[in-house]
Design a binder for this molecule. Sequence first.
Ligand code: ATP
Ligand code: PRP
Length: 212
Amino acid sequence: MRYLTIALTKGRLAYQTLELLEKVGITCDEMKNKDTRKLIFTDEEHKLRFFLAKGPDVPTYVEYGAADIGIVGKDTILEEGRRLYEVLDLGYGKCRMCVCGPESARELLQHNQQIRVATKYPNIAKDYFYNRKHQTVEMIKLNGSIELAPIVGLSEVIVDIVETGSTLRENGLTVLEEVCPLSARMVVNQVSMRMENERITKLIQDLKGALV
Ligand SMILES: Nc1ncnc2c1ncn2[C@@H]1O[C@H](COP(=O)(O)OP(=O)(O)OP(=O)(O)O)[C@@H](O)[C@H]1O
Ligand SMILES: O=P(O)(O)OC[C@H]1O[C@H](OP(=O)(O)OP(=O)(O)O)[C@H](O)[C@@H]1O
């Protein structure tokens, strides 16, 4: 039996992903050791390999088949647009993709004016403004602290993740429109889904069972 390889997202989703895997009897204690520089871990019993990667890289590993399975946020799946199967909503990492800005920007959105949109998610933002709202905007790509953009005058609004809303509140910004709800998802390589159907289907069923 060959190893199935699972790519996990580093950061916020990692802890809950490892907890969920533990519930279905897959443990990877070695991965929890913060001091380790080891990148890939093996579960001999279940013939699994795991590694942690930056979110946007997870769909890449899965599309190319370097990982059979990935656990990644829906935002990243939408933004990366890779060819893969999204098979399960894991229900954690819940947040929302939103258009945010100062209350004064609401009018600009309603009157379909040409505005600047700062975001770490240009593909999601383009799809929202061009295809759903039919509004022409100027897209400005940023890599973090997106909420700064409307405060310092780089853009009128932002498209970003809102979880608790604290970052917006503490910076005098608000949600103006909701783009879509988000959560962690399980994704599968298209060839692996056929070649390893039985094992992958069993893992999906086990995880589903652990979610309820
Ligand atoms: N408050 C939040 N901010 C960002 N992502 C969140 C939040 N809550 C849940 N998520 C989900 O967690 C996933 C992974 O989060 P991660 O910690 O990698 O955040 P990131 O800010 O995108 O990464 P980085 O810090 O490397 O730029 C996101 O893709 C998203 O689906
Ligand atoms: O609604 P909240 O609970 O405040 O969470 C939302 C904030 O968290 C994320 O930023 P992150 O902490 O990943 O930092 P970054 O801006 O540097 O990406 C996101 O980009 C928002 O800024």
